[in-house]
Design a binder for this molecule. Structure first.
Ligand code: EPZ
Length: 418
C-alpha cells in the first residue's frame, strides 16, 4: 500500500490547475448508457473511481476508449444490466447505473451498498423514485432488482431529503419515461446541472436543473453527444485551503469560482485574502494570522461536506474556537483523531467538532480513512513541523488526480513511497 511522506513548512506558491470533476464525470459516464449512439466526454479526471466506473460500464456492455482526458463511449447493446457487489462495495456511485439501466433495458440488478466509513449512505430514495416511475422492485441476496418491461412512466417524486446521486439517478431514469416527471426537493449541486446539460445534448428535455424542482418530459430515444465535464470544485477548495494553511500564495486556474462561494466567504472571514484574477481563476494568499470561524455543512449552495475535513485542518491554525457542524453524514469526523495525533485540539460532540487554535502541529504517522479525510491530513502535514507519513493513500487516489505531482510543483515537499 502506498504512503505519502510529507515534510511540512513550505508555503504553497505558484499556479495549480484543476482537473475535471470526479462527481460530475461519474454520472456522465453512467448517462452514456442511455443511448446506443456514441458519447464523447472530455475532461474526465484520471482517478481510481473513474477506472472503477469504466470497468463497470464495460461489463454492462459499453465500449470505452480513453485517450488522456477524453472518453469515447458506445453502448450498442446492454449485455449485462448489473452492478456487482465487488464494484459497489468499493464505490457507491456504482448505483448511478440503476436509473439508466432500467430506463434503457427495462431491467437492472444492483448490489445494495454496505456500510461506509462516513455514514450509512443507503439508496432507499433512488429505489423509492424508481417505484414512483412504475418499476417493480425486489430485494434478495443483497441485490436490488428493478423491472419495468413496458418502460417507465412519468411521476411526481418528492424527495424527503436532498440526495445528489439520487437526483441524478432519477433524472436519468425519467428522461426515457413516458410523459412528465417532476423531481421536488431535488439537489441543486453543479454536478446535477452538468449532467442535465449532457442529457440535453443527447436530446433530453429537462428544465430547472440547479433549482429544487426539475421537470423532465420523457422522450423515446436519446442520441449521441459531446460534452466537457465541469472543473472539480472540491479539488479547487482543497488547494485554496492548502494555500491558506501554509500561508502561501496560490493561483488556482481552470476552476469555477462561483462553485466554491461558501468556502471563499469562510476563508475571507478567517482573514485569508481571496481574489478572482480572471473568470476561471482564484488567487488565495495567507495573511499570517487566521481567525476561527464556525461552519456548518449544507447541501449546495451551502458549505460542502466534501470540504469539511480540510476546513477542520485549517481551523486548527486559527485563533479562537471554531464549531464545525456536520449535517450531511453521521460519521464524517474520522480525520479529527488523526489531527489530534499531530497536535490539534479537537473535541467531538455528536454532530459537532470543537476546534481550539492555534496549535502547533508536528509530523506524525497517520492513517487516511476516506477520500476527504486523506486530503485533510495532507494539508495538515504541509504545514506541520517535521515529517508526516500518511498511510492508505489509496483513498486519496480515488478522487484527486496526481495530487502529489500538482502539490510538488507549487513547492510542497511530498513524495509517494510504495
Ligand atoms: C454525493 O454522494 C457525492 N458523491 C459525495 O461525494 C458527497 O459527499 C455527497 O453527495 C454529499 O454532497 C458523488 O457525487 C459520486 P447524498 P451521495 O445521496 O449522492 C442520505 C466525495 O468525497 N441518503 O446526497 O451518495 C445519505 O445517507 C463524496 O467525493 C439517504 O438517506 O450523497 C446522506 O446522509 C463522498 N437515502 C444524505 O442523504 C438515499 O437514498 C446525502 O447523501 C440517499 C441518500
Amino acid at each position: 500500500m502506498d504512503k505519502f511522506v510529507i515534510t511540512g513548512g513550505t508555503p504553497l506558491q505558484g499556479e495549480i490547475a484543476i482537473s475535471g470533476s470526479k462527481n460530475s464525470a461519474l454520472p456522465a459516464l453512467a448517462g452514456a448508457l442511455l443511448t446506443d449512439k456514441p458519447v464523447t466526454l472530455k475532461r474526465i479526471p484520471r482517478v481510481r473511481d473513474i477506472r472503477t466506473m469504466q470497468r463497470l460500464l464495460v461489463d454492462i456492455g459499453a465500449k470505452v476508449e480513453a485517450q488522456g482526458e477524453t472518453f469515447q463511449l458506445h453502448t450498442a447493446r446492454i449485455v449485462c444490466p448489473e452492478a456487482p457487489y465487488e464494484l459497489v462495495k468499493t464505490m457507491r456511485a456504482s448505483s448511478l447505473v440503476l436509473g439508466p439501466l432500467v430506463a434503457r433495458s427495462g431491467r437492472a440488478r444492483v448490489s445494495l451498498p454496505g456500510g461506509c466509513a462516513i455514514g450509512s449512505r443507503p439508496i432507499n430514495l433512488h429505489i423509492f423514485g424508481l417505484e414512483q416511475l412504475g418499476a417493480s422492485i425486489h430485494q434478495s441476496h443483497g441485490y436490488i432488482e428493478a423491472e419495468a418491461p413496458d418502460g417507465l412512466r412519468g411521476a411526481v417524486i418528492d424527495f424527503d431529503r436532498i440526495t445528489v446521486t439520487g437526483t441524478e439517478d432519477l433524472m436519468m431514469a425519467a428522461v426515457l419515461a413516458k410523459g412528465e416527471t417532476i423531481l421536488r426537493n431535488a439537489a441543486r449541486e453543479p454536478e446535477v446541472v452538468d449532467l442535465a446539460e449532457l442529457l440535453a445534448r443527447m436530446g433530453a428535455q429537462i428544465e430547472g436543473a440547479g433549482t429544487s424542482t426539475i421537470r423532465i418530459q420523457g422522450v423515446e430515444l436519446l442520441g449521441g453527444a459531446e460534452h466537457t465535464i465541469i472543473p472539480d470544485r472540491i479539488e479547487a477548495g482543497t488547494f485554496a485551503i492548502g494555500a491558506a494553511i501554509t500561508n502561501g500564495d496560490l493561483t488556482i486556474t481552470g476552476c469555477q469560482p462561483d462553485h466554491v462561494g461558501a468556502l471563499v466567504s469562510k476563508l475571507q472571514l478567517a482573514g485569508v485574502d481571496v481574489t478572482q484574477p480572471g473568470p476561471n481563476s482564484l488567487r488565495v494568499r495567507g495573511a499570517g494570522r487566521l481567525r476561527s470561524v464556525d461552519m456548518t455543512t449544507e447541501e449546495y449552495p451551502g458549505f460542502a461536506t466534501d470540504l469539511q475535513a480540510q476546513y477542520m485542518a485549517l481551523m486548527t491554525q486559527a485563533e479562537g474556537i471554531a464549531i464545525i457542524t456536520e449535517t450531511i453524514f453521521e460519521n464524517r469526523f474520522m480525520h479529527a483523531q488523526e489531527l489530534v495525533r499531530m497536535g490539534a485540539n479537537i473535541r467531538l460532540d455528536g454532530k459537532q467538532a470543537i476546534v481550539a487554535g492555534p496549535r502547533e502541529l508536528t509530523g506524525a504517522g497517520v492513517i487516511a480513512s476516506d477520500l476527504r479525510a486523506s486530503a485533510s491530513l495532507v494539508l495538515a502535514a504541509l504545514m506541520a513541523r517535521g515529517e508526516t507519513v500518511i498511510d492508505r493513500v489509496y483513498h486519496i487516489d480515488r478522487g484527486y488526480e496526481k495530487i502529489e505531482a500538482k502539490l510538488a510543483r507549487v513547492g510542497a515537499k511530498i513524495r509517494r513511497v510504495e
